[in-house]
Design a protein around this ligand. Structure first.
Ligand code: AHR
Length: 328
């Protein structure tokens, strides 16, 4: 009899133990009173592709110091396999309790997200969205990229008003990223209102060099272009170089619009070579860390916390003043 009872108890321990293995582990020991000093963040950055990214990384580093949290910064060097490997690494790191992801691509995250959930990590998406079920992460903090695309099309409509041809070339970011997909989609949703046609579209991977190369190649085929929509400032700066070398006046012969609003864009607008930049705010760290702390303490967050953004044009009377007051 005794041995039967003992056998039953052992079986129950085994069954509950196995069921427990598949479940999310309990929160950190400090919850529900965790403070920033208890937070160890594994931050998976995309890489260092330009001014926007540099400002984004600086925001995470500086704010971590100010708040007194521990930041483990991982540079994915714009390589998806490397970023996924970094995610695995943070999942296995017993000190890391928060993982922040700036995803290079929208897909490929299912396995590491499950692993993170089983390990009890808080996952926060910053800057870029991913294709994953919303219960696999605490929140997404970042821009409305589709709205940036819509704003870009509206501004391009104003720049091309009254022109007979409205041929626009589009320099696309990293094609697998949510920023590139949604900006392109938003632009297309709105451009029809004033008869814009996207006659050429190709990736230039967020880079000045590639922005220049792609534009150079297009200019050899035709110069029938009235506007360039560059999905970030760097690619616009490359296009400006290519236009100048082809004997065209950027900002006049061809209207140029880009996204980000970095210092480089303001410089180009003050020189009259870039017409408009649509802001994408990279200074996200204070919002992201605050949300992560709440999630660490067991709070349920909205699935999207959007950032506030504006539009700047080369003919604003106080452009220099605005440029001087900006952080990036
Ligand atoms: O996700 C934001 C985009 O990523 C920026 O617009 C681009 O410059 C960057 O690298």
């Amino acid at each position: 009899m005794k041995s039967r009872i003992l056998y039953g108890v052992l079986l129950m321990v085994l069954v509950f133990g196995l069921v427990g293995c598949g479940k999310k582990s309990a929160g950190p020991a400090c919850a529900p009173n965790c403070e920033y000093k208890d937070m160890v963040v594994g931050f998976l950055q995309t890489g260092s592709e330009g001014g926007w990214r540099a400002a984004n990384s600086a925001s995470f580093r500086e704010t971590a110091d100010q708040l007194g949290l521990t930041l483990k910064f991982y540079d994915s060097q714009n390589d998806l396999a490397r970023q996924v490997a970094g995610f695995h690494q943070f999942n296995q790191d017993p000190d890391v309790n928060v993982i922040i992801l700036a995803a290079l691509e929208t897909t490929g995250w299912e396995e590491v997200l499950k692993e993170a959930q089983a390990a009890g990590k808080v996952v926060v998406l910053e800057d870029r969205r991913i294709d994953a079920s919303e219960d696999m992460y605490a929140t997404y903090i970042g821009s409305d990229f589709a709205e940036e695309g819509r704003k870009s099309a509206n501004e391009m409509c104003k720049l091309l008003e009254g022109m007979a041809g409205k041929n626009v070339w589009e320099l696309v970011g990293n094609v697998g990223s949510s920023a590139a997909k949604d900006r392109g989609q938003g632009f297309r949703e709105t451009m029809g209102a004033c008869g814009i046609e996207v006659t050429k579209s190709q990736t230039a991977n967020w880079s000045i060099t590639e922005g220049k190369e792609v534009t150079e190649a297009w200019l050899k085929e035709t110069q029938d272009v009235q506007g360039i929509f560059a999905q970030n400032d760097e690619m616009a700066l490359g296009a400006i170089e290519a236009l100048k070398e082809a004997g065209l006046t950027p900002g006049v012969d061809v209207k140029i619009l880009s996204v980000d609003a970095t210092a480089g864009a303001f410089k180009a607008m003050l020189a009259g070579e870039l017409n408009v930049t649509v802001e994408c705010n990279p200074l996200l760290a204070p919002q992201v860390y605050e949300a992560a702390l709440k999630a660490l303490n067991g709070e349920t967050l909205p699935k999207w916390i959007p950032s506030q953004e504006g539009v700047f044009s080369f003919d604003m009377p106080n452009l220099q003043e605005i440029a001087d007051g900006r952080k990036y």
